[in-house]
Design a binder for this molecule. Structure first.
Ligand SMILES: Cc1ncc(COP(=O)(O)O)c(C=O)c1O
Length: 404
């Protein structure tokens, strides 16, 4: 059978990080790896989902009310005029919205500019569509975007750029100046932008998320993707959307219908309740995540990390290993599981650029093997338990055993 598999399928093998997940499971480790909350979703939206099931919203369904609500939100938050009848496709999470958007615009050989590091799924979708990912490295420690590097990555084959802000894994919120450079490149090369805004409501220290589509000349060339997943702690509901000019939105809707028909009906109904949440809901979400962020920063600082970049948004802390730590990211995570019973993600899986970097050069010297990603989207009980475990790593000398 194996020889019958497509060449694309053959490329998607389980990552080496799978081995770490297995080890974490065997050690029953506290999970600060996975990007989903371990605390309950808001009761009112759960009740809305239960009520939708009991009211028999259990068949294929398109809930137009979501589009109406999203159009109001886009106007209120970003000043965008969105036609709810033509400009929105409801999908199964941002993941499917993104995949459908890629299939809607990418032909074989089209180049797509991505930032490095980035969320893992983009490259898979682009290559499945026959596109070619072109990476632009964000410069550590602040993950700054170098405008010249960006401009050099565009050419006549560039079809689109992907922007994820607030950013997984770094927690960076792209500045207005950076958004302007991206917009300038898109307009100059007549390219599209696909944004991933799933962390749009999770920003800290008075940082404000600005949608790239709201910059001059951008709405007509931007496909916004986002979802309920992170904002309402319902990653398993699979409700997301793409918002785009009518021709792109229609293409995305057609692809979505061919692949999945529709997003889960009862959760679409419950999305109406979620999207109509009062302003206080979003304020509380932000404040709670900010205090979890501060907790995570303190936690790592207490075991010898020097946090050079405090997340400005999202719910991830991307931390460079302490200078005196001789382990690579993968080795560190393995030891952390074994010695502390806590699991985080080795950073290398988020890096793609200089893809020629082979395993051994990654091991010894590149910065791509010097980061770990800590997900702080966890209950205070989980975070406190993790802090206790980290504390137990400290030697009588005041240094963690792990670093040497
Ligand atoms: C940047 C980013 N985009 C998208 C997703 C997935 O979103 P959804 O659950 O809506 O498919 C994640 C989940 O971790 C993410 O971190």
């Amino acid at each position: 059978m194996e020889e019958k598999l497509s060449s694309v399928a053959k490329k998607f093998t389980p990552s080496p990080i799978q081995e770490l997940s297995d080890l974490a499971q065997r050690c029953n480790a506290i999970n600060l790896a996975e990007g989903f909350p371990d605390f309950p979703a808001p009761s009112c939206i759960k009740n809305a989902a239960v009520s939708a099931i009991n009211s028999d919203f259990n068949q294929y369904r398109h809930v137009q009310g979501i589009c109406d609500e999203l159009a109001l939100i886009m106007k209120r938050m970003y000043g965008l005029n969105v036609d709810p009848l033509t400009d929105i496709a409801i999908c199964c999470g941002q993941t499917e919205a993104f995949a459908s958007a890629i299939f809607a615009i990418i032909d074989r050989g089209d180049e797509v500019v991505l930032f490095d590091p980035c969320f893992e799924t983009y490259e898979a979708c682009i290559t499945m569509a026959g596109g070619i990912p072109v990476y632009v490295a964000l410069d550590p420690p602040q993950w700054t975007l170098d405008p010249d590097k960006l401009m050099r990555s565009f050419n006549s084959r560039t079809k689109a750029i992907v922007l994820n802000s607030p950013h997984n894994p770094t927690g960076k919120v792209f500045s207005i100046a950076e958004l302007e450079v991206i917009a300038e490149a898109c307009c100059k090369w007549d390219c599209l932008a696909i944004t991933d805004e799933v962390y749009e409501y999770i920003t800290f220290d008075n940082q404000k998320h600005v949608s790239l589509a709201s910059l001059p000349g951008m709405q007509e060339r931007t496909i916004i993707t986002s979802s309920l997943s992170k904002t309402f702690s319902v990653t398993g509901w699979r409700i997301g959307w793409a918002i785009a000019p009518p021709s792109a939105a229609s293409a995305i809707r057609n692809i979505h219908v061919k692949i999945t028909d529709s997003a889960p009906a009862p959760f679409q109904e419950a999305a109406l309740t979620a999207l109509r949440s009062p302003a206080e809901y979003f304020e509380t979400l932000r404040a709670e995540y900010q205090s979890k962020r501060d907790f995570a920063v303190e936690l790592l600082t207490s075991v010898g990390f020097q946090i050079q970049f405090k997340p400005q948004g999202s719910f991830f802390l991307f931390a460079e290993l302490p200078k005196n730590c001789l382990l690579s990211d993968v080795e560190y995570v393995k030891e952390l599981i074994k010695q502390a019973g806590v699991v985080v993600v080795p950073g290398r899986g988020f890096f793609h650029g200089e893809s020629s970097l082979d395993q051994s050069s990654k091991e010894c010297c590149s910065y791509q093997s010097r980061y770990i990603r800590v997900a702080f989207c966890k209950s205070n009980a989980t975070l406190t338990a993790a802090a206790r475990k980290f504390g137990e790593l400290m030697n009588a000398t005041g240094y963690p055993r792990l670093h040497f």
